[in-house]
Design a protein around this ligand. Structure first.
Ligand SMILES: Cc1cc2nc3c(=O)[nH]c(=O)nc-3n(C[C@H](O)[C@H](O)[C@H](O)COP(=O)(O)O)c2cc1C
Length: 202
């Protein structure tokens, strides 16, 4: 499979960076190829310009899609699968990744109809969300926050743009919790296996 990784963490000194590296190692060991957009490192602009807003909100359909957005869209259309790797920030993806969706999921590409020709984004075979959370799964379940995070990513952003979708939370990874050290290795193994198995789930 050709896998496109959208990665968003501001620091290399993080567990999330190890998740990224383990995922890539798993992809390589299974013979998958990959492209990565490291959003912080590449300085991806996540504020929408006024012109982009006017285009997306149906005021000015004639306005062009900016080249940096087109480049991300081309990476998607050259791939079979998409994977998001990020830490949970306030029960969401980091603003950097939310802004990526705001700009890259454009009208005519991810939704709507461009001149009656349907949307230009291909339907991807597989999608995986790998998010790293400080809090624990019991906490997320008790509060209902896990459902919120999952629904936003899977039912709205990925939706029918991806056939086979999965959402994995690597929980309890706050530096304040002993579970961080306890979970570290098993989580990285899980991520490695998830990468190897890309596209094989039913
Ligand atoms: C601004 C900010 C907001 C955060 N919000 C949450 C949150 O809402 N829920 C949560 O479980 N963890 C939250 N965290 C913890 C991060 O997810 C934490 O950095 C991560 O789990 C630890 O992994 P890392 O070493 O890769 O950063 C937050 C961290 C920061 C910096």
């Amino acid at each position: 499979m050709r896998v496109f990784i959208v990665y968003a963490h501001p620091s290399e000194d993080s567990f999330t960076r190890h998740v990224r590296d383990s995922f890539i190692a798993g992809l390589e060991s299974a013979g998958h190829s990959y492209t990565i957009s490291d959003l912080y490192k590449m300085g991806f602009v996540t504020d929408m310009s006024e012109a982009e807003y006017l285009r997306e909100a149906y005021y000015r359909a004639d306005l062009p899609v900016p080249p940096d957005v087109q480049a991300e869209q081309e990476k998607i259309n050259r791939s079979d699968a998409i994977v998001f790797i990020y830490p949970v920030f306030w029960t969401e993806a980091p603003a950097k990744l939310v802004g990526w969706f705001n700009r890259v999921w454009t009208y005519g590409f991810a939704y709507g109809e461009a001149g009656g020709k349907g949307r230009a984004m291909k339907q991807l075979e597989a999608g995986l969300v790998l998010c790293i959370a400080g809090n624990t799964l019991p906490y997320f379940n008790e509060t209902g926050l896990l459902e919120s995070m999952k629904k936003v990513m899977l039912n709205d952003r990925l939706f029918d743009r991806v056939k086979d979708k999965d959402f994995i939370v690597l929980d309890g990874m706050s530096r304040e919790f002993p579970s961080r050290d306890k979970n570290w290795e098993s989580y990285l193994e899980r991520v490695f296996e998830a990468a190897r198995g890309m596209g094989t789930r039913n």
